[in-house]
Ligand binder design. Structure first.
Ligand SMILES: CC(C)[C@H](C(=O)O)[C@@H](O)C(=O)O
Ligand code: SF4
Length: 468
C-alpha cells in the first residue's frame, strides 16, 4: 500500500522531469502566461540568443499592466503601452505565441483570463512572470510567479528548475457572516500570521468554508497567498470546479472531459496525508477587513481601530507600525470607519470578476457616489465587462457616478498613469498597499468589493453591514 499523499505531492510528482538535488526539481510546465511588462524583455533575450520558443501553443500573452483602461483606449492612451505594445506584438508574432491584443475580446488581466477561458485547469503547472499567478490555484492548479530568467528558461524549454516548496494546509471552517468574503478571510489570515506566515510553502486551502466558496471566491483567496509569503495556494478540484470549467473554450470536451474529471478527482489529498504545517481559521469569527497600514498584514476588522505600536509584539513591528501610521496619516486608537476617502477602486486580479462586481452593485443599489469621491470600476477582462453589461451592472455603477472602464490592472499598481495623487486616500479592492503602490504618497486601504461600494457611497470608510 502506498502512503497517503497530499494533492501537492501528487501533482508535483506528475510534473517532475528529473530531480536535480534533494529539494530541486526540473518540472514540466503546462501553461505559460506572459504579460506586457514581464514578457517583452524575456522574449528579447530569447531572440538575442537565437533560441526558439519550445511550445508557443502552450504560451499565451496578454497586455494588462501598462494598458490604459480609459474607454476608447489605444496604445497611445498610456506612455507604458505606447512603448511596450509594439515590442510585445513583434516578439509574440516572431515566436509564434498567441497574443490577446487590446482589440481582442479575450483581453484582460492574465490571472482573470486564464481560468475564464479554461486555459488554467486542475492538476496543471502554470507559471507567469508575475507574483499573483498563485491566483489560478483557485481552479486546482499549481500556479506560481517566476522571475525574468525563469521566464526565459520556460520559453526556451517548457521546463523550469524549481526548489520544491514545503506543504501547508490552511483549514477554514464556519459560516461566513453578512458581507464577509474570501478577501476578508485571506486578509485576516495574513494579519494573524504575518506577511511571511506562509513563507516557502505551497498552501492547500481546505475545510467546509472553502468547499462552499465559488471558484471565483477561491481565486480571490489564492490571489493573496503571495502576500502571505507563500509560493502558491490552491484548492482541490471538486464538483464546484468542474461546473465552473465545463464548456469553457479551452477546457476539454466530450470523452476527454470525462477522462479529465476522473483524473482530477483522484488528485485530492488522501486522508491522513502529512503536511509540513497546518493552520486553522474559524470563518464565523471574521468580519469585513480593512487595511490601515502599508502591508496587507496591517489589516483589522472594519469596526476596529488602528493599533498602538506600544502593543506591538517586538521592536521591529513597533517601528513598522509607527512608519506605516505616519505614511498613512493615522494615529493609534483611531477608528477606520468614518475616515474620508477621495478615491475608490473596484478592480485588479483580486476582485474584478463578475461575482465581485455583483457584490459591489448589490451594495450600490440606487445609491450615489459621495461628492468629491472619484470611484472607478475596472472589470478584470473583456468577458467580465460584457457579462456585467448583459446583467445591467454597468448601469447600476454609472447611474451612481462610478466610472465604467476597459479591462486591465489600472490603479492597482498605477504604471499606466492611472493613479492616486500624493496624500490622498483610496479604498481599493486590490492586494497591495505598499508605500507608493498607487502613486507616490498615495494612501491605500485594502478591502472587499462590498466595503468599497459602501465606502464610495458614504465618502468615508464604511461597514457594508451598516448599509444593509
Ligand atoms: C509587474 C509584475 C511583475 C508585478 C508582480 O509580479 O506581481 C505586478 O503584477 C504586481 O502586482 O506587483
Ligand atoms: S491587477 Fe495588480 S496585482 Fe494583479 S497582476 Fe495586475 S498589477 Fe499585479
Amino acid at each position: 500500500m502506498t502512503a497517503p499523499r497530499t494533492m501537492f505531492a501528487k501533482v508535483w510528482q506528475e510534473h517532475v522531469v528529473t530531480s536535480l538535488s534533494d529539494d530541486v526539481d526540473l518540472v514540466y510546465i503546462d501553461r505559460h502566461f506572459t504579460h506586457d511588462l514581464s514578457g517583452p524583455f524575456s522574449m528579447k533575450t530569447l531572440e538575442d540568443r537565437d533560441l526558439a520558443c519550445r511550445r508557443p501553443d502552450l504560451t499565451f500573452a496578454l497586455p494588462d499592466h501598462g494598458v490604459s483602461t480609459a474607454p476608447g483606449r489605444t496604445d497611445a492612451s498610456a506612455d507604458a503601452s505606447a512603448q511596450l505594445m509594439p515590442l510585445f506584438r513583434t516578439s509574440t508574432s516572431s515566436l509564434g505565441i498567441t497574443l490577446f491584443d487590446l482589440d481582442d475580446d479575450r483581453q484582460g488581466i492574465v490571472h482573470v483570463v486564464g481560468p475564464e477561458l479554461g486555459l488554467s485547469l486542475p492538476g496543471t503547472s502554470i507559471v507567469c512572470g508575475d507574483s499573483h499567478t498563485c491566483t489560478q490555484g483557485g481552479v486546482g492548479a499549481l500556479a506560481w510567479g517566476i522571475g525574468n530568467t525563469e521566464v526565459t528558461q520556460v520559453l526556451a524549454t517548457q521546463t523550469l528548475t524549481v526548489q520544491r516548496p514545503a506543504t501547508m494546509e490552511v483549514r477554514i471552517d464556519g459560516d461566513l457572516g453578512p458581507h464577509v468574503s474570501a478577501k476578508d478571510i485571506i486578509l485576516h489570515l495574513i494579519a494573524t500570521h504575518g506577511a511571511d506566515g506562509g513563507s516557502g510553502h505551497a498552501i492547500e486551502f481546505a475545510g467546509s468554508t472553502v468547499e462552499r466558496l465559488s471558484v471565483e471566491a477561491r481565486l480571490t483567496l489564492c490571489n493573496l497567498t503571495v502576500e502571505f509569503g507563500a509560493r502558491m495556494g490552491f484548492v482541490a478540484p471538486d464538483d464546484v470546479t468542474f461546473a465552473y470549467l465545463a464548456g469553457r473554450p479551452h477546457a476539454p470536451s466530450g470523452e476527454d472531459w470525462d477522462r479529465a474529471v476522473a483524473h482530477w478527482r483522484a488528485l485530492r489529498t488522501d486522508p491522513g496525508a502529512a503536511f509540513d504545517r497546518r493552520l486553522e481559521i474559524d470563518a464565523s469569527t471574521v468580519g469585513p477587513q480593512v487595511s490601515w497600514g502599508t502591508s496587507p498584514a496591517h489589516s483589522i476588522g472594519v469596526d476596529g481601530s488602528v493599533p498602538d505600536p506600544a502593543d506591538a509584539p517586538d521592536p521591529a513591528t513597533a517601528k513598522a507600525w509607527t512608519d506605516a501610521q505616519s505614511y498613512m496619516d493615522l494615529r493609534p486608537g483611531q477608528a477606520l470607519t468614518g475616515l474620508p476617502v477621495q478615491h475608490v477602486f473596484i478592480g485588479s486580479c483580486t476582485n474584478s470578476r463578475i461575482e465581485d462586481l455583483e457584490a459591489a452593485a448589490a451594495v450600490v443599489g440606487d445609491g450615489r457616489v459621495a461628492p468629491g469621491v472619484r470611484a472607478w470600476v475596472v472589470p478584470g477582462s473583456q468577458a467580465v465587462k460584457r457579462e456585467a453589461e448583459r446583467r445591467g451592472l454597468d448601469e447600476v455603477f454609472t447611474r451612481a457616478g462610478f466610472a465604467w472602464r476597459e479591462s486591465g490592472c489600472s490603479m492597482c499598481m498605477s504604471m499606466n498613469g492611472e493613479d492616486v495623487p500624493p496624500g490622498e486616500r483610496c479604498l481599493s479592492t486590490s492586494n497591495r498597499n505598499f508605500v507608493g503602490r498607487q502613486g507616490p504618497g498615495a494612501r491605500t486601504h485594502l478591502a472587499s468589493p462590498a466595503t468599497a461600494a459602501a465606502t464610495a457611497l458614504a465618502g468615508r470608510i464604511t461597514d457594508a453591514r451598516e448599509v444593509g
